[in-house]
Design a protein. Structure first.
Length: 201
């Protein structure tokens, strides 16, 4: 039976704990390109986690040149990749095998494609997703609905739910016209799937 309903997952803060690592890498990268990074920069960055890195930088440093942004991205990426071992899975990730066995699933992340692929391989999660949408795949990131709408289109469904941890995730789901479940209430997805008549393993 074809299921016209998809479960979409956010990555950072929902399936994996990366906040401290991302903030650390951001501050260290700023220092390496000559910026006097401080706690205010760290706070501003942390408050915007969930958005694409480039969008965050343009909000915090509206006058930063494109060249500096590219260099910042490169250095930050190197720092993050050097410490992938510090990334830990979060509780909602235990639901991935169950959910993916009964309906189409997608990963919707503001992280870049290279980082996302590294995480999928590191935790052996690749088989749990029918489609993966990264920050590199869209023109407009969260809270714009583009990532969700693109995932639904690729999955060939018109209904779904997004499980995420930030206000940007909630707004992205609302703007796309689908349900939203906070990451700390991820278990609620099992009730929703059961209400659709899907038999859970």
């Amino acid at each position: 039976m074809r299921v016209n309903f998809a479960v979409l997952w956010d990555l950072d803060g929902t399936l994996i704990d990366t906040a401290d690592l991302h903030v650390y890498a951001f501050i260290e990268a700023l220092k390496k390109i000559g910026y006097n990074a401080n706690e205010e920069h760290a706070k501003a960055f942390r408050q915007r986690l969930g958005k694409r890195f480039v969008d965050i930088i343009k909000e915090i440093f509206p006058n930063m040149s494109d060249g500096e942004i590219e260099e910042l991205k490169r250095i930050r990426r190197e720092i993050v990749f050097s410490r992938v071992d510090l990334i830990k899975p979060l509780p909602p990730s235990r639901l991935l095998p169950i959910v993916s066995s009964v309906c189409p699933t997608g990963l919707i992340t503001s992280s870049n494609r290279q980082f996302t692929e590294t995480i999928l391989d590191h935790f052996k999660w690749r088989s749990y997703f029918n489609v993966v949408i990264t920050g590199d795949d869209v023109k407009h990131g969260k809270p714009n609905p583009e990532p969700v709408l693109l995932a639904l289109k690729k999955l060939g469904v018109s209904h779904g739910v997004l499980i995420g941890d930030t206000e940007y995730d909630r707004l992205c789901a609302a703007n796309a016209g689908i349900m939203f479940i906070p990451a700390d209430k991820a278990d609620d997805i099992l009730k929703i799937l059961s209400s659709l008549g899907l038999r859970l393993p």
